[in-house]
Write a protein that binds this ligand. Structure first.
Ligand code: DQQ
Length: 551
């Protein structure tokens, strides 16, 4: 393999070997966090899909159990695909998942599985009742594009509702609503919850968030009716994974319970400009954690080396660090932050920079710790926004294009400034995570406002030529008029997971250095803009390795 074995991640979730994809049915049960995930027990490419199962006390240290759901009945003989867990009123979890029941085409149905012994906090064994499948594609539904049931929620009538992702016609992404009294007989509502011309919707997710600025999560079934006070306190988030584009986009809106419809606040939201992550992050799923009253987001990050390399390495795919998600006080978007537990992996002796000026064209190394596996938090201050470049109105909606046209090495006005991580000592290799500030055109609503772009540029991340190294970028909806902006990067050998402006924009990127490996990985602060910047504070920690599924 041309990918060095030291590039296997240290603290991101991974089994000892083989292929993984979507996180499934995350939940908290009797003191344990459970994570199931799509897994190929036979190799490092997608196929033979079962539900692997791991448990944890803290979402950081993981113990692998036997696979929980494997093909065993007619209704899942050719694959146990993604699904979710729902807590019944008595506290028993039920899993609903997609089964593939034909060998020739991927004909999809929905099945349930129940714990054999609900007093087992590890929920080791799952039973498939004889009445499976419980939902089949009928009434004109595309049977080969019909999957990934959500966590169900209860209405005031006590009945359950859940969504199944689908494709209507050639290009309409759809979330169908199914209702049930007993989680056994399900009927489809006449109207879908929502749809948009985006292509197939995989792994839909639909959940309430508090709308009063608190960071507390809301249980999916906590709000049951349109009681005015309750409705004012929550908004809803609908997320879909776009099969065509391979990213997770979401909108914020309201849930009209009577009509059983979701209405996004921003009618152009389905142009999908809000994403959980502007990088490599797909098929995500949230769950409500009653132990810490928060909502947690899990997402899958695929490799970006070649399939041949994956086979040679013997592994492919990781889960991103679980993120706490909540609604920004503006109500316009979500904020995300690595769960606090990850901080327990920080080494005792962080290194810091304080009030360090970085002049145009200058870079400063962060020394004193190993940074192949690190957590870096930095607060920047730009002295003046005067030098900000004008934003080309033609590019104003295309962060990705803007960033690929002007990468980390293209000299700018305010920025590019940020971090070079997984960098080699001679800077032959480096992954840039950075900001660039533009000034919107006056008129046309821009009013000369500063516009902040966040990017990850991996085009220099490796001398290995056979890698997919896309530049990732998103606009950061933050007020930078005071010149201040923060960045946090979780670096883990072949992954860089970054959070801009307190979690207003996130970018996960997979990179495979050939030199910046282990002790040879460095971190620098760089400034390729005309404006001077200051690192008001930088703290970098080495990250310890947790228990990771016995690997
Ligand atoms: N992965 C699963 C599907 C889902 C897709 C199959 C998303 O259920 O739609 O492994 O990555």
């Amino acid at each position: 393999s041309i990918v060095n074995s030291q590039l296997r991640t240290g603290y991101h979730f991974q089994p000892p070997k083989n292929w993984i994809n979507d996180p499934n049915a995350p939940m908290y049960y009797k003191g344990w966090y459970h994570l199931f995930y799509q897994y190929n027990p036979k190799g490092a490419v997608w196929g033979n899909i079962v539900w692997a199962h791991s448990v944890s006390r803290d979402l950081i240290n993981w113990v692998a159990l036997k696979p929980a759901i494997e093909p065993s009945i007619k209704a899942d003989k050719y694959g146990c695909w993604s699904g979710s867990a729902t807590m019944m009123a008595d506290g028993t979890p039920v899993i609903m998942y997609t089964g593939v029941n034909r060998p020739d085409v991927n004909y999809q149905v929905q099945n349930v599985a129940l714990p054999r012994n609900r007093s087992d906090p590890l929920l080791r064994e799952w039973v498939k009742p004889g009445h499976n499948p419980v939902i089949v594609p009928e009434g004109g539904i595309n049977a080969t594009q019909f999957r990934d049931p959500t966590t169900a929620w209860r209405g005031a009538d006590g009945h359950w509702r859940l969504l199944v992702g689908s494709l209507a016609g050639q290009s309409r992404g759809v979330a169908y609503v199914y209702r049930s009294k007993d989680f056994r007989r399900w009927t489809r509502a006449s109207q879908p919850l929502h749809s948009a011309p985006t292509g197939m919707w995989e792994c839909p997710d639909f959940y309430p968030v508090t709308a009063d600025g608190r960071r507390e999560g809301v249980d999916t079934s906590a709000v049951v009716d349109d009681d005015v006070s309750a409705a004012a306190r929550v908004k809803y988030v609908l997320k879909n994974s776009l099969d065509l584009r391979r990213y997770d986009y979401y909108t914020v809106g309201t849930y009209d319970r009577k009509a059983e419809r979701y209405v996004p606040d921003n009618p152009t939201g389905d142009d999908h400009h809000l994403r959980y992550d502007y990088g490599n992050f797909y098929a995500s799923k949230t769950f409500y954690d009653p132990a810490k009253r928060r909502r947690i987001l899990w997402g899958w990050a695929n490799e970006s080396d070649t399939a041949a390399d994956d086979v040679a390495k013997g592994w492919a795919g990781i889960q991103a660090i679980p993120r706490k998600v909540w609604l920004d006080p503006s109500g316009k978007q979500l904020l995300q932050w690595p769960i606090e537990e990850v901080e327990r992996l920080r080494g005792k002796k962080p290194v810091t920079l304080k009030d360090r000026v970085v002049k145009p064209g200058e870079h400063v190394e962060v020394t004193g710790i190993q940074t192949a596996q690190a957590d870096v938090e930095v607060s920047f201050e730009v002295a003046s926004l005067e030098a900000a470049e004008r934003l080309d109105p033609a590019m104003a909606y295309d962060a990705q294009r803007l960033c690929s046209a002007r990468g980390a090495d293209a000299r700018g006005g305010v920025g590019p400034f940020g971090l070079w991580v997984l960098a080699s000592a001679g800077l032959e290799e480096k992954t840039a995570v950075f900001f660039r500030v533009f000034r919107a055109a006056r008129g046309g609503g821009g009013g000369g406002k500063p516009v902040v772009l966040m990017c990850t540029d991996p085009t220099k991340s490796s001398r290995n030529p056979n890698l997919y190294q896309p530049t990732f970028a998103g606009f950061v909806d933050t007020d930078i008029t005071n010149g201040k902006i923060s960045l946090r990067s979780l670096i883990d050998r072949s992954v860089v997971e970054s959070f801009g402006a307190g979690g207003r924009a996130c970018i996960l990127s997979r990179v495979y250095p050939s030199l910046a490996i282990g002790k040879n990985a460095h971190v620098y602060v760089f400034n390729n803009g005309k404006a001077e910047i200051k690192v008001s504070q930088l703290t970098a920690w080495e990250m310890k390795k947790p228990l990771m599924n016995g690997a």
